[in-house]
Design a protein around this ligand. Structure first.
Ligand code: CP
Length: 290
């Protein structure tokens, strides 16, 4: 029974095992976890992560509980720990948790049921990073030497934090770009408009407005953001022939990505979303069977 809290504690071999299993699931492999019960405890909003976990759980024949924090006893002052402990006491087999607090799982060390991290604050988003890696591996069949630029609000993005570290470990050449205010110390930063033609992968991020303090807010119109840091068809035309565009979504059309780029031939955004189901099947199987 294994947690998945961060990819930092996984070896490259363990990451590849999860990806290879996910690729098998995508090809149609079946596996049943009938009679296992899993609870999705999303204390922060989600569409893709929560509902692709649901689809993955359905494909694995699991029994699924979806917690709704807005009508729960959190409203009566019950703590985060006691809420999760309550679900463990029901006898469920695993929990998927998303929470706005970085490393929320440090508060849950006394729990015994496996925790799968669906995103913690600005910290980590391990299943997002795995589905990103799956999408890149499907496309290029390797990682080493690929050039990626992650563009946008790097500082407040758990996707950027997990990806930058793991992709570097897999020997990809990783760069970041976007508003200088949101640059992360220690990450390679380059000018977006001059790097476009050199990248194999351009990964766009949304500005994480909900994580900004008042003095971190960007005073810039959507048009100006698109012009300076967004991807338009004019810029797509400068990209390398086999290069691809990624975005963890949700995306803001007309801000970091123009409307016509979202579903253009180079975009793999909806492939990423589809791969999320198979990666999450693989991660749940690992947590409940290994
Ligand atoms: N990419 C992602 O985590 O999307 P959601 O916030 O909709 O889950």
């Amino acid at each position: 029974m294994k947690d998945l809290l961060s990819l930092r504690t996984l070896s490259n071999e363990e990451i590849m095992n999860i990806l290879n299993e996910a690729l098998e699931f995508k090809k149609g492999k079946e596996f049943s976890l009938k009679n296992k019960i899993i609870a999705n405890l999303f204390f922060e909003s989600s569409t893709r992560t929560q509902y692709s976990f649901n689809v993955a759980q359905e494909k694995l024949d699991m029994k699924v509980i979806n917690f709704n924090p807005t009508v729960s006893s959190l409203n009566k002052g019950e703590s985060f720990y006691d809420t999760v402990k309550t679900f463990e006491s029901f006898g469920i087999d695993a929990v998927v948790i998303r929470h706005s607090k970085d490393r929320y799982y440090d508060d849950l060390k006394r729990l015994k049921c496996p925790i799968i991290n669906g995103g913690d604050g600005k910290g980590d988003h391990p299943t997002q990073s795995l589905l990103d890696l799956m999408t890149i591996y499907e496309e290029f069949k390797h990682f080493e030497g690929l050039k990626i630029c992650i563009v946008g609000d790097i500082k407040h993005s758990r996707v950027a934090h997990t990806n930058f570290e793991i992709m570097n470990r897999l020997k990809m050449e990783c760069y970041t770009s976007g508003p200088i205010e949101y640059k992360e110390d220690g990450y390679n930063y380059i000018d977006f408009n001059t790097c476009i033609s050199e990248m194999d992968i351009i990964m766009l991020l949304r500005v994480q407005n909900e994580r900004h303090s008042e003095d971190e807010k960007l005073r810039m119109s959507n048009d100006e953001y698109l012009e300076r840091y967004g991807l338009t068809m004019e810029k797509v035309k400068k990209m390398k022939p086999n290069s691809i565009i990624m975005h963890p979504a949700p995306f803001n059309r007309g801000v970091e990505i123009s409307d016509d780029v979202v579903e253009c031939e180079k975009s793999r955004i909806f492939t990423q979303i589809n791969n999320g189901v198979y990666v999450r099947m693989s991660v749940i199987k690992r947590s409940l069977t290994e």
